[in-house]
Design a protein. Structure first.
Length: 506
């Protein structure tokens, strides 16, 4: 049999199982061509479910979206207001912030604050992972290890990607590409070794068609072994390990030990210890004190966006072992010889991301609420989860069976993962890439906004909700009515999207 005969005899590629579309690209082209029509139809959903007009544009599915920050609790805003008209040395606020963190974590841990969590990521990698720029001779390169996970454009975005197959992984992300966008975050002589997670799939999806990380079935032990193997390969240049601190199954961290800590978190932190390099953990949407604990993980440094789940003013907080915090504090100018190393608040390389007095006041107040009333945050997650299970339980059984819903105390939220709707050759609920989110074609996010409900993060077959935008009272307690309307609107929208995409035709 010659080559041409073999080619003719080859089986046809498997397409959709009796559905409306033959290939995924047909589905996403259909969605692209009918966006306006679909948005016009679904804009009526709030009125159909009887959602009061007073909630439109004032209620959101998450306070962890950077475009619309969570509202401050009254205890926090009161503290900011009380200190706003007082003459206060910021060095004293730095010191008080450190004392609050030490009260919870102990004397071996410390903290430092900045304007945002992203600023802290930049700071942490520059101080702890890049090679020194001072000294004679040519510089060397360093590499840090990171899993190819969701949100990797944050914690895995500060080095040039390795292997080169990932070189353009972040090229289009953000409003501005290239030197002024995601690519411009790359630090000098630093590479990121990206490690695919075992059991994950990186299929292409979306109107802005792109590989997406589908992480529901990640094998923690196999991924840990793969991570250790990569560290061994790059041992001569390894300078750090980085990963997300989220505990959701949809983020690849569903397997946990008896202490509730994801096995993969502990394994990756152990790799860092084995090679005497820092573990830098991004927990932007997480809660200090009440969420993932870096001590149980065995990590060196954990970074938070305090204006998200914690309800503080826009600001970032790094908590870590004292040894790791000192270089960050020096780079921010909050530790130095001006006042014996304890009360200095001066000018240094990263003075540009100084948080300011009001943010420091708010962070201190927010941490005290987290320390004194952690049950408030857990109750919010519990109530939101119960409402979500109830509202999504009313959907068509064929769609409902592919949903995995779980609550997450780390970020005080609820996750709906729907990658299991894509099974047995069937096309499931459309999956949108992070490129869709940035280009405005992530139909769940954009569609919710179009309906008058401030959206949550929803790409990579994952919808992650949390309190903070018109869904809690001044003390942080869940207000059930606006939450139920917002979640009900989302559930109806998801079912309408399934119908529009031909999911029920298979």
């Amino acid at each position: 049999m010659n080559d041409m005969t073999q080619l003719k005899a080859a089986p046809k590629p498997k397409a959709g199982a009796g559905g409306r579309f033959e290939f995924k690209i047909d589905l996403y082209r259909h969605l692209s061509e009918t966006l306006g029509e679909f948005y016009a139809r679904t804009k009526k959903i709030p009125k159909e479910i009887g959602m009061p007009d007073r909630y439109l544009g004032q209620v959101g599915l998450s306070g962890t979206v950077s475009e619309c920050h969570a509202l401050m609790r009254k205890a926090v805003s009161d503290a900011v207001e009380a200190g706003n008209r007082k003459v206060i040395n910021c060095a004293n606020l730095d010191f008080e912030l450190r004392r609050v963190v030490k009260q919870f974590y102990g004397d071996d841990y410390d903290c430092v604050a900045s304007s945002t969590c992203e600023a802290l990521l930049y700071l942490a990698f520059d101080t702890l992972a890049t090679p020194p720029i001072a000294g004679r001779g040519d510089n060397y390169r360093t590499r840090y290890l990171a899993p190819l996970e969701r949100h990797a454009h944050h914690q895995a975005g500060y080095g040039r990607p390795f292997p080169p197959r990932y070189k353009d992984l972040y090229a289009d992300r953000g409003v501005t590409a290239g030197e002024y966008g995601q690519l411009g975050k790359r630090l000098n002589n630093l590479d990121t070794i990206l490690v695919p997670m075992a059991g994950a799939r990186y299929d292409c999806h979306g109107i802005n068609y792109h590989p997406v990380p589908l992480l529901l079935n990640v094998d923690a032990r196999a991924t840990a072994a793969r991570f250790a193997e990569e560290a061994k390969k790059h041992a001569d240049t390894l300078s750090a390990v980085s990963f997300c601190a989220y505990t959701n199954p949809g983020y690849g961290y569903g397997e946990a030990g008896k202490d509730g800590v994801p096995l993969l978190h502990q394994a990756m932190a152990a790799v860092a210890r084995d090679y005497n390099v820092p573990s830098i953990v991004d927990n932007a949407a997480g809660l200090p004190f009440a969420g993932s604990d870096l001590r149980l993980i065995g990590a060196d440094l954990m970074l938070y966006s305090m204006d998200k789940s914690a309800g503080a003013p826009t600001s970032g907080l790094a908590i870590g072992r004292e040894e790791m915090i000192v270089p960050l504090a020096r780079a921010l100018g909050v530790q130095g010889p001006r006042a014996g190393g304890l009360l200095s608040h001066g000018k240094a390389a990263y003075v540009t991301v100084d948080p300011g007095k009001e943010a420091l006041l708010g962070m201190i107040a927010a941490l005290r609420v987290l320390m004194d009333k952690p049950d408030t945050f857990r109750r919010a997650a519990d109530t939101w989860y119960d409402i979500t299970v109830d509202e999504f339980g009313k959907l068509d059984r064929r769609l409902r069976e592919g949903l995995v819903i779980n609550k997450d105390y780390n970020s005080c939220g609820v996750e709906i993962n729907y990658e299991n709707t894509w099974k047995k050759g069937k096309m499931g609920l459309p999956i949108f890439s992070i490129e869709d989110m940035y280009s405005g074609t992530s139909m769940i996010q954009t569609g919710m906004r179009n309906m008058g409900v401030i959206p949550c993060i929803s790409y990579d077959a994952n919808i992650r909700m949390s309190p903070g935008l018109g869904t809690t009272d001044a003390d942080g307690e869940i207000m059930e009515e606006p939450v139920r309307y917002a979640v009900r609107a989302l559930a109806r929208y998801v079912e309408a999207l399934a119908e529009h995409s031909g999911f029920f035709d298979q």
